[in-house]
Design a protein around this ligand. Structure first.
Ligand code: GRF
Length: 216
């Protein structure tokens, strides 16, 4: 079916990509994936995309003289694909201001913490170390600062006594696979508006914007 066209950017495993592919295959889902780009040739997600018959491209940061040159090549390839929106899904590269402004409010990221807490890398380990009682994941519009931008949806999970990085990461990841397709659906249905730093979801009850994983 015709729908919003997505370019998905990855660097690794691709489980969020897999979740988006699964959602897009459901009847009536309002978005489709037109391109998957990796900045690493060995990203597992490339095989997932190829198996689903999706166009893939590898654009390596090391092949360019500057960050801007890389961003420009990436931008050109994505525009050539006809994508309406970009989903960062484990893409380990900080896109420059010009790229980010060019896709303002059409560039999403998923991050495995309850932003604005725990930005950057290894955030599940930090959550365990800090002894927080809850963590989770966030889908947000991208702004030039790392892990910054208006929040579309978050899911909360408990941090349990005895959790280590692996068990907490797995609990969070399960929720990532739910909220990323959900955020894309809301946007593709035209229900999402950015107002200042906030996202308003039309027709969504406030509780629908925060999914709390079942008690364990
Ligand atoms: C996820 O935890 C995502 O939140 C973070 O990078 C990881 C990517 O995992 N940005 P995958 O490649 O989607 O499995």
């Amino acid at each position: 079916m015709a729908g919003m066209k997505l370019a998905i950017l990855i660097s690794g495993r691709g489980s969020n990509l897999q979740a988006l592919i699964g959602a897009a295959a459901e009847p009536g889902y309002p978005a489709e994936i037109c391109l998957v780009v990796s900045n690493r040739a060995d990203a597992g997600g490339l095989k997932i995309a190829a198996a689903a018959g999706i166009d893939t491209a590898v654009i390596k940061t090391g092949d360019f003289d500057s960050r801007d040159d890389f961003d420009d090549a990436l931008d050109a390839r994505i525009r050539e694909s006809g994508a309406d929106m970009i989903c960062l899904a484990g893409f380990m590269w900080l896109l420059g201001e010009s790229f980010v402004h060019g896709w303002r409010d059409r560039l999403l990221n998923i991050h495995p913490s309850l932003l604005p807490a725990f930005k950057g890398l290894h955030v599940q380990a930090q959550a365990v170390e800090m002894g927080v009682r809850f963590s989770g994941c966030t889908v947000h519009f991208v702004r030039p600062e790392l892990d910054d931008g208006p929040i579309i949806v978050q899911a909360v999970v408990p941090v349990l006594p005895g959790d280590d990085t692996e068990t907490l990461s797995a609990r969070i990841l399960e929720q990532e696979h739910t909220i990323y397709p959900l955020a894309v659906r809301w946007i593709a249905e035209g229900r999402v508006r950015v107002s200042g730093e906030r996202v308003l979801v039309e027709g969504g009850d406030p509780p629908e914007q925060t999914l709390i994983s079942p008690a364990v």
